[in-house]
Design a protein around this ligand. Structure first.
Ligand code: AMP
Length: 428
């Protein structure tokens, strides 16, 4: 369910792990159409989806995006006796309400920025006046990654809080705000598969939220991601700390509240200077473009997804180890994220190098067969290699060869690890 690059990657991984499976995507995109059948149903039309699931006798439903999960799609399908991968609405609140997530984190004793949650402006302003700069002001609800304002001064923080609470910026999503201390460090994403009882932590991924190279410019839905990340390699102390100090206590607290979590839990973390993981946010689904980097590296992972949905899952004894390295670069339309220019014709050469995967996101196939830009993030181009630098080179070469008017992308996805590897080599 869904129609972005993540859902194309999920469909691709399903066909890899279960070649005989028949794949439907709702609504899908021209990429998923190459792997199966697109159903013209938006991911939020739960009754239409249920009817289609019955009509096509679909055994397993994987919900890609957060909005339908927050709206209770997984509950609806489970109540109808269908196997579904994705949390119930009560557990998806972890993403849909940052204030709820903060409360869970506090109760569970999970490290996170000190914060306050407010629905009324005056106490929010008083909180800002009492706390040190910089501050981060967040719309509590779902705001497609845009509801977070990093504020260098109290004045900016007050304006951001006023815009959300008094002036309706972000609408309903901003009717409650979380105001928190700013944390310095390196961001890291850790995703874990869970059926509520057992947990399988996946290799860590690092995404690149800013539009420009060197992590400059405005925040976006994500311009690229890579895996593995050397500071959190498989079996590393950091990944183990995340499992023990973040994932396990969060799942236990949700279960204690009667909202056990099943699906993939995505922890967005800040690793501070002393190497400690602090939670910035949770997502209740695979990330986009994190999925396009992660899934190609984990053969067999979709069998776990299917077994979690079906019930009776037994996680493997050993962690899933990335078979290679992957760098996923997003090709965006000009003007993204604010005013993407749509409609340009896209040319994807047929003879791209082996070791390159092209996932569709904001594309459409017009009746004359032309592939055109249909949304801000157009394609994700995943390069595979023996290390991050090689994968980045493959991704960059393919991004160069794919053409459309206004093509915008970062040529530095994975730069932190490439710099670390160079520094390591220089040290000898
Ligand atoms: P979120 O949606 O809460 O993950 O926030 C989006 C982005 O804002 C994160 O990926 C971080 O880059 C940044 N951010 C959020 N909270 C903080 C914080 N407390 N300190 C520093 N940066 C933050």
């Amino acid at each position: 369910m869904g129609g972005g690059g993540r859902e194309h990657a999920l469909s691709w991984a399903l066909k890899r792990d279960a070649p005989d499976a028949t794949v439907f995507a709702a609504p899908g995109n021209p990429g998923t159409a190459q792997l199966g059948t697109n159903l013209r149903i938006p991911a939020t039309a739960s009754e239409d989806l249920l009817a289609a699931i019955r009509e096509h006798d679909i055994d397993l439903t994987i919900v890609g995006p957060e909005a339908p999960l927050a709206a209770g799609l997984a509950d609806r399908l489970r109540a109808a006796g269908r196997a579904v991968f994705g949390p119930a609405a009560a557990a998806a609140r972890l993403e849909a309400s940052k204030a709820f997530a903060k409360d869970v984190l506090g109760r569970a004793g999970v490290p996170t920025a000190a914060s306050g949650s407010f629905t009324v402006l005056e106490p929010a302003l008083a909180y800002i006046a009492r706390h040190a700069e910089p501050l981060v002001v967040k719309a509590s609800g779902l705001a497609a990654g845009k509801g977070v304002v990093i504020c260098g001064t109290r004045g900016e923080a007050s304006r951001a809080a006023r815009a959300m609470l008094a002036d309706g910026a972000f609408g309903e999503a901003g009717s409650e705000v979380v105001i928190e201390e700013w944390l310095d460090g390196e961001e890291l994403s850790v995703l874990a598969l869970t059926d509520g009882t057992h947990t399988l932590v996946l290799p860590a991924v690092q995404d690149h939220k800013r539009l420009g190279e060197g992590d400059s410019g405005p925040n976006t839905g994500g311009m690229g991601a890579y895996c593995p990340v050397s500071i959190a390699a498989g079996g590393s102390a950091l990944l183990e700390r995340v499992r023990r100090e973040v994932i396990a206590p969060t799942l236990a607290e949700l279960a204690r509240r009667g909202a056990p979590y099943s699906g993939v839990l995505y922890a967005g973390l800040m690793i501070t200077a002393d190497g400690s993981p602090y939670v910035l946010e949770f997502n209740c689904r695979f990330g986009d473009p994190e999925a396009q980097a992660l899934l190609p590296l984990l053969p067999g992972v979709m069998r776990h997804v299917a077994e979690i949905a079906a019930g009776g899952w037994r996680p493997p004894d050993d962690a899933l180890v990335p078979v290679r390295a992957a760098v996923a670069t997003v090709l965006a339309a000009s003007g993204y994220p604010d005013r993407p220019e749509l409609g340009a014709a896209i040319d994807v050469p047929r003879d791209l190098e082996a070791g390159v995967l092209v996932f569709h996101a904001g594309t459409e196939r017009t009746p004359d067969g032309t592939l055109r830009v249909q949304a801000g993030r157009v394609l994700t181009v995943t390069g595979l290699g023996d290390d991050v630098a090689e994968a980045a080179g493959r991704s960059a070469d393919a991004c160069e060869q794919i053409t459309f008017q206004g093509k915008t992308y970062r040529r530095d996805i994975g730069w932190r690890d490439i710099a670390r590897a160079r520094a390591g080599a220089a040290r000898g």
